[in-house]
Write a new protein. Structure first.
Length: 257
């Protein structure tokens, strides 16, 4: 399902607001050294997590990141599509908090434009699922960006509570750190995970009226964010593929047990 709205005049062929979407898509290249290096580090870190858990030691930030990578969607989960991870340098730029948006009550929405939150996660792992044959220069089909964030204790619950309150109070938009957003529309959260919230943010960094839907789900102490983009018509709001959402949440729930 797509939500149609006025097409921006400058953005045909480009991925528009929110600001990070195109960066996530191309950050690791197309199967280049950045991806391969990141995957290798993930395997080594995963082995370290298992060893430390066997010794009864507490998880470190590196352990948490490795655990998130283990529960993230993999090639066998995506039905012929391709997983495109981000390299470590780009991943470090996302998942942070600290918005200075105005009004302040809308800062959780501004943070989430780069998959960030307050409280900040203890670890963060982003990836995208793209159609085979889609490249940065010749994008095709739909891209699903997934952000997995690990929290302590009540942190994940606070993230969802703040987002839900912001969606309710910020229907008329806000001035964000990377642009002006003139409307926020709540969507059906569809009862995903332990709790969830879904909404569309309209606006952007260049004065356009582009929209992006975020579906944010809490499963235990893990917060999973989904954002889908039609790469051939990025000004249209696109719902995430339900099958991919269910597959990702199933892996998160399984890891928790």
């Amino acid at each position: 399902m797509r939500i149609f709205r006025r097409r921006c005049s400058w953005c045909a062929g480009a991925v528009v607001a929110p600001v990070l979407l195109g960066v996530v898509a191309c950050g690791a290249g197309s199967g280049g050294e950045g991806e391969r290096a990141g995957e290798g580090k993930g395997r080594d870190a995963s082995q370290g997590v298992k060893a430390e858990r066997a010794d009864g030691q507490a998880q470190t930030g590196g352990d948490r990141r490795a655990a998130l990578k283990e529960m993230a969607l993999a090639a066998e989960d995506v039905g012929g599509r391709r997983i495109r991870p981000m390299n470590n340098a780009l991943a470090a730029a996302f998942g942070k908090g600290g918005s200075i948006a105005d009004p302040a009550r809308c800062r959780p929405l501004d943070d989430m434009l780069s998959y960030g939150s307050s409280p900040e996660p203890k670890a963060f792992h982003p990836l995208s699922v793209v159609e085979k044959g889609s490249t940065y220069n010749e994008p095709k089909g739909t891209k699903l960006v997934v952000g997995l964030a690990a929290h302590d204790g009540s942190g994940a619950k606070k993230v969802l509570a703040k987002l839900r309150a912001a969606v309710t109070k910020c229907g008329n938009g806000f001035e964000g750190g990377n642009g002006a957003y003139n409307e926020v529309q709540e969507q059906s959260a569809e009862g995903l995970g332990d709790e969830s919230v879904s909404y569309v943010v309209w606006g952007g960094a260049h004065g356009e009226d582009a929209g992006a839907m975020f579906t944010v789900v809490r499963s235990g102490s893990t917060v999973v964010t989904f954002n889908a983009t039609d790469l051939e018509a990025p000004w249209e709001v696109t719902k995430p593929d339900r099958a991919l959402v269910k597959a990702q949440l199933a892996k998160v729930a399984k890891a928790a047990h």
